[in-house]
Design a protein around this ligand. Structure first.
Ligand SMILES: Nc1ncnc2c1ncn2[C@@H]1O[C@H](COP(=O)(O)OP(=O)(O)O)[C@@H](O)[C@H]1O
Ligand SMILES: [Mg+2]
Length: 342
């Protein structure tokens, strides 16, 4: 596209005096005299328009001046129309370029999602074999193993299981980003979920000398949820809370009836950890994003957890809430709908 000329009346039309000279109505010398006359009038406190000054000097009559001005206005209108047409063409061109860029971007996004999906599926099959054989060896189904071998097998199995859960997360993520995440809703007893999750994360909390407090209402009604995914969500939140809290800190899991709406139960995970700057809270839900780029080295993780947590919570028709203060701690909560038949 051509470069953008500065569009102003001066550029679009010649000034009246110049035009009158150019059209042969007055001479250059007459214009100079008229301008001088105009300057004098101004100095005497009786300012005149240039056209008026030229008429008073007798160089041109009123009808001729009117004709010249009309011509000038037509000129201006044509120039404006031209500029508008130019602008429209430029806007159209830019829109096309942006549309193309957007199309390429969503294509790349789709490629990424396909790549993640394919790779994680490809990784799953060999890993299933590895885990199967490690299990057989570990249970001595393939013959006796000594203590050293058993230790090595334990470590291998733990690593293989960790790899498995990473791959499962990736598969879940790629399904979610292709809009293929399905929920299996049922009536869920949160007491059971909490027991299971706590038994899973307790060793990690103990390891890091973090006090894990659990507060579940005694008369909790059943909720409407996908039990597997809910389990996953709560363990992710606890995993983060434990990970981002220093030793001797406290991590709380609260499951309580909502005080304002008796159709809801609220799940809250609160910690006394490093906290999150308020303006960065929205970032924590971006996939593969960690606030501190050195976090992977320091704390581990892929930055995928919360992106999925949010997708799962929103698929339940709920919303996730984050309250946080740097160096004080973080509180993440979401409500769940009480099961109707309850
Ligand atoms: N409880 C928390 N306290 C402080 N920061 C947190 C907490 N939970 C999440 N974050 C921040 O959000 C980022 C994304 O979390 P997540 O998606 O679970 O990824 P990951 O745990 O793999 O780093 C974390 O890397 C961390 O920067
Ligand atoms: Mg995490």
């Amino acid at each position: 596209m051509s470069s953008n000329p500065l569009i102003s009346p001066e550029v679009l039309i010649p000034r009246l005096g110049d035009q009158l000279v150019k059209a042969g109505f007055i001479t250059d010398a007459q214009l100079k005299q008229s301008l001088e006359f105009q300057r004098q009038c101004s100095a005497e406190g009786k300012p005149r328009l240039l056209g008026q000054a030229i008429i008073e000097m007798g160089f041109i009559d009123r009808p001729t001046l009117d004709r010249a001005i009309t011509e000038q206005m037509l000129h201006l209108r044509a120039a404006l129309e031209d500029a508008n047409r130019n602008l429209e063409a430029r806007v159209q061109q830019r829109t096309m370029e942006l549309e193309e860029a957007l199309r390429r971007l969503s294509e790349i996004n789709q490629l990424k999602a396909n790549f993640v999906a394919n790779v994680s599926h490809e990784l799953r099959t060999p890993l299933t074999h590895i885990r199967g054989y490690l299990d057989l060896l570990n249970t001595e189904s393939l013959g006796p193993v000594n203590d050293d071998q058993k230790k090595a097998l334990d470590v291998s199995l733990r690593s293989a299981n960790r790899l498995q859960s990473l791959i499962d997360d990736l598969i879940l993520f790629s399904q979610a980003s292709r809009g293929e995440m399905t929920l299996t809703l049922g009536r869920v007893d949160l007491n059971q979920v909490v027991l299971k999750v706590i038994s899973l994360v307790k060793p990690k909390a103990d390891d890091r000398q973090i006090d894990l407090e659990v507060n579940v209402a005694t008369d909790l009604p059943l909720v409407q949820a996908d039990v597997e995914k809910l389990h996953w969500v709560i363990s992710q939140l606890l995993d983060n809370a434990i990970k981002f809290t220093k030793p001797a800190g406290i991590v709380q899991l609260r499951v309580l009836k909502d005080v304002t709406n008796n159709n809801l139960v609220t799940v809250t995970v609160a910690d006394t950890g490093i906290g999150i700057q308020p303006e960065r809270i929205k970032e924590i839900f971006e996939p593969f994003h960690q606030l501190d780029s050195s976090a992977t080295r320091r704390y581990g993780g892929t930055g995928l957890g919360l992106a999925l947590v949010r997708q799962i919570i929103e698929a339940h028709g709920s919303l996730i809430d984050v309250q946080s203060e740097v160096n004080k701690g973080t509180k993440i909560s979401f409500p769940l709908l009480i099961s109707k038949a309850d």
